[in-house]
Design a protein around this ligand. Structure first.
Ligand code: CTP
Length: 445
């Protein structure tokens, strides 16, 4: 019996997939089809897959060509499958010519002609209205956003706005965007906005964007007052618009895997979380001179609160802050202590003091540790009482990692996301509430 294997995502099942499977089956007697999982697709940079894994499997089953359907979860799995299923022929479409020649040590490799003029990417683009994104603010983070947004299909960065006309024009020139003097004209040219302006301007921009019926992705911290966060989310809901706080960690695959494992019971009941993020900044930079909105906690607190709120929830019984301040009163190093009915947590942030920026999650049966930069999660370990018993996990975090949040933002706009918001509205409101308390205690509120 000749066994044949092929792999693919098979999103929005189309004629090209059908032809490929038919010809793959004709190559032998028994066809195995490997279907990629969502998380594997994400790690290889294939974002915005529309159909769920179950739908994609069902579509393949319906063709009647597959004798067996398996799941492809990770890189390197193909060799294992070929050995395990004693495969004679590996086949894929001709778009992959040469890329699987390394499998020739294990079986025959055949590239089949690809069906012309059809692909899942094409269908996704036809099905989706391309979302035109406008960027507000032209600072460092906006510069990092541009190459990332270009990696996500279905969105087109279109326009930029900055009241400082010259900065906007420079940014527009560099990235090939349209530049507008009037905010109304800018809104008229886009479907959604990415806000990367100074913190204190977020609230007004979000409000005006929503009033113009635009979806909003706003850099963290979105706002620094609970009532403002509440009001904006309510407004977005009323207007049926998506409002997202852009904390990149929340949307990246590795962090989501980490949260899944933490909440799976693998380390028992979680009792303690220590999240630390420090980044030494120049003393004359905005972060350490903006007397109202600068300092360590406002800058980095959102990252550290993220795992805490995700695991323990928003109903802490107490939060208090200890800090080391610079002469100008801004915090160079801050620890926020959270108390929960069954646990405790610290969020440690530093712009002027360096620490070992770990994420440590302790439970009744073990602990999880993620080394810096855990906020761009690529690797973590699960430890148990026996020091020899360590499970290691890794995932990819591509470049600046902003593509993950853009991809989720787009999926939510198109209503095609199978998952809920990865960062919930109530979590964003809770972050704003802690920031507000922190600023009030520092007479900055
Ligand atoms: N395929 C094909 N002809 C097409 C499209 C896909 O023969 N027009 C083949 C691919 O070469 C692969 C299999 O179908 O062997 C599954 O491909 P997949 O990547 O899922 O489909 P695409 O339409 O290429 O998806 P995308 O646009 O997301 O890359």
């Amino acid at each position: 019996m000749i066994k044949v294997i092929t792999y693919g995502t098979f999103d929005l099942f189309h004629e090209g997939h059908y032809n490929l499977l038919k010809r793959a089956k004709d190559l032998g007697d028994y066809l195995i089809v490997g279907v990629t999982t969502e998380s594997y697709d994400q790690t290889r940079g294939k974002l915005n897959v529309v159909d769920s894994l179950m739908t994609r499997i069902e579509n393949i089953r319906k063709t009647g060509f597959a004798d067996e359907i398996i799941i492809e979860e990770s890189i390197g799995q193909k060799i294992q499958d070929i050995k395990k299923y004693q495969v004679d022929i590996f086949t894929v479409g001709s778009d992959w010519v040469g890329q699987f020649d390394y499998l020739k040590d294990y079986c025959k490799v055949i590239y089949l002609d690809r069906t012309k003029n059809i692909s899942s990417t094409m269908l996704r683009e036809q099905n989706m209205q391309i979302q035109r994104i406008g960027v507000i603010g032209t600072g460092r983070i906006a510069q990092r956003f541009m190459p990332e947004v270009r990696q996500v299909s279905g969105v087109n960065a279109q326009a930029v706005y900055n009241p400082h006309r010259e900065s906007a024009a420079r940014f527009a020139e560099r990235w090939g965007l349209d530049c507008y003097d009037k905010l109304d004209d800018f809104y008229a040219a886009v479907d959604a906005v990415y806000i990367a302006s100074p913190h204190e301007t977020h609230y007004d921009y979000i409000k005006s964007a929503l009033q113009h019926d635009k979806h909003v992705l706003c850099e963290k911290p979105m706002v620094l007052k609970e009532a403002e966060a509440d009001e904006l989310f309510r407004m977005a809901k009323e207007r049926k618009k998506i409002l997202f706080e852009g904390i990149k960690t929340a949307y990246c695959p590795g962090f989501n895997q980490l949260m899944g494992i933490a909440c799976s019971g693998m380390i028992g009941n979680i009792r303690n979380i220590e999240a630390c993020f420090t980044k030494l900044e120049r003393t004359d930079g905005r972060e350490l001179t903006d007397l109202k909105y600068g300092g360590s906690f406002v800058e980095l607190g959102s990252y550290c609160m993220l795992p805490i709120m995700k695991i323990f929830g928003e109903n802490y019984t107490d939060v208090r802050f200890d800090m080391i301040k610079a002469e100008n009163g801004l915090d160079l190093f801050t620890k926020a202590f959270f108390t929960y009915p069954n646990g405790m947590a610290t969020a440690t942030c530093g712009l002027g003091v360096k620490a070992e920026g770990k994420l440590l999650i302790s439970g009744t049966k073990g602990y999880i540790v993620a080394e810096p930069p855990w906020w761009k999660t690529t690797y973590f370990e699960v430890h148990h009482e026996n020091p020899g018993e360590v499970e290691k996990y890794s995932d990819r975090f591509i470049e600046e990692g902003l593509r993950y949040e853009v991809s989720d933002f787009l999926s939510m706009i198109n209503g095609s996301s199978k998952s809920k918001f990865k960062l919930t509205r109530s979590e964003s409101v809770a972050f704003a509430s802690v920031m507000e308390k922190f600023l009030k205690e520092n007479q900055r509120g």
